[in-house]
Design a protein around this ligand. Structure first.
Ligand SMILES: *Cc1c(COP(=O)(O)O)cnc(C)c1O
Length: 378
């Protein structure tokens, strides 16, 4: 509530306003040549970006934060801070798909060798480490398939060899999983999701511990890949209600996951807080909450039956991204973007992002959807 705010510096107004700008004026030649000022140029930061960086650094228990225009840009900044040509990179098999594409194109082209690993490997990851391994990229839970990796066990393997650990922590946020407490060196958050909460902006944040922050900041400065001032302002505003919205997403998500687990059309619920999710025991040990994004596997059905269910939904929108106020659903099939593990469920899979609508209304919408699915299947 109070981090990153200085009302006395802005005539008492509660929120830091949107500072826009490239040029910052220096009063004297000496000030100009010595860059003797709190802010020196637009790419180096403004009071608005500094407010979000400061608040996020405090919340994350980090040494510092940089802001990027998107979550994916933040992932790129973290990876380019940790690896160079000739290095070996270990990447969890169920990372966000565009992370995988970044590794297989940009990093591969730079001469970085990449090995994907089973999210549930735990301390067994040691067997994949090479003398050239410089970083391990994790995401918890895994995108779409929701495996929970043993972050402390993997971080211990990394720490013993000075390997950098990077975590995409978008699902839990630092509120449910403080990354640096769990020995993560750099953590990424897509502010596009819960920090926004309203599906109307794109932003990424990278935090780092004392050891990695100077290098992260140098990478950021070299790219000058800055976030837009209005998106930064909206994230600062979202931050003030983040915990409240996340707790509600947790309550709604759990209620819907439990309701779905009792449906005959559903064969598996992949929600970290339910025992049917791979790695559930690790979630229980390490996390203080769950957010509103989870998946289910349906019993086998035709594409036409699935379309009948999804096309007629009134409250659940179909679209990418998540973490907004409205509920979303997308079908997914990660067979083509897994290489260390096999994704072969008996039927189609759906990912839900549960919004803030009335839970009874959401269940009725899905109940009618399942009726259409059954009617089309027979
Ligand atoms: C959406 C997402 C991102 C990327 O965020 P963008 O702002 O859309 O680029 C990264 N990681 C995870 C886990 C995401 O869900």
């Amino acid at each position: 509530m109070h981090s990153g705010r200085h009302p006395a510096d802005q005539y008492g107004f509660v929120n830091t306003p949107i500072y826009r700008g490239s040029t910052v004026l220096f009063p004297t030649l000496e000030d100009l040549t010595k860059r003797n000022a709190r802010f020196t140029y637009g790419t180096q930061g403004t009071p608005t970006t500094e407010a979000l960086e400061t608040a996020w650094t405090e919340l994350s228990g980090a040494a510092g934060t940089v802001l990027a225009p998107t979550g994916l840009a933040a992932i790129g900044l973290a990876l380019l801070t940790a690896v160079k040509a000739g290095d070996h990179l270990l990447v969890m098999d169920s990372v966000y798909r565009p992370t995988r594409i970044f590794c297989d194109t940009i990093l591969a082209r730079m001469g970085v060798e990449i090995t994907y690993f089973d999210p549930l490997v735990g301390a067994g990851l040691e067997a994949l480490v090479r003398p050239t391994t410089s970083a391990i990229f994790l995401e918890t839970p895994g995108s779409q398939s929701f495996e929970i990796p043993d972050v402390p066990a993997i971080a211990a393997v990394a720490a013993a060899r000075g390997i950098c650990t990077i975590l995409d922590n978008t699902w839990a946020t630092p509120l449910f999983f403080p990354p640096h407490v769990h020995q993560i060196d750099m953590a990424v958050e897509a502010g596009t999701k819960y920090l926004s909460g309203h599906s109307d902006l794109l932003l990424g944040l990278v935090t780092a511990n004392q050891r990695w922050f100077p290098r992260l900041r140098a990478t950021f400065d070299a790219f000058a890949m800055c976030a837009g001032p209005e998106d930064v302002f909206l994230c600062l505003r979202g931050l003030r209600t983040l915990e409240l919205r996340l707790r509600e997403a947790e309550r709604q998500g759990l209620a819907l996951a439990q309701w779905l687990s009792k449906r005959a059309e559903v064969v598996q619920v992949l929600h970290p807080a339910l025992p049917s999710c791979p790695g559930h025991a690790i979630w229980k040990r390490d996390f203080s909450g769950s957010s509103g994004l989870f998946s289910v596997v349906l019993a086998p059905c035709s594409q036409a039956a699935l379309a009948a269910m999804l096309d007629g939904l009134e409250l659940f929108g179909m679209g990418y991204s998540w973490g907004g106020f409205e509920s979303l659903v997308i079908p997914f099939d990660c067979r083509s973007y897994r290489s260390a593990t096999v994704w072969n469920p008996p039927g189609p899979a759906l990912r839900f992002s549960v919004g803030l609508e009335d839970i009874g209304d959401l269940e009725e919408d899905l109940d009618r959807g399942f009726a259409r699915l059954r009617a089309t299947a027979t």
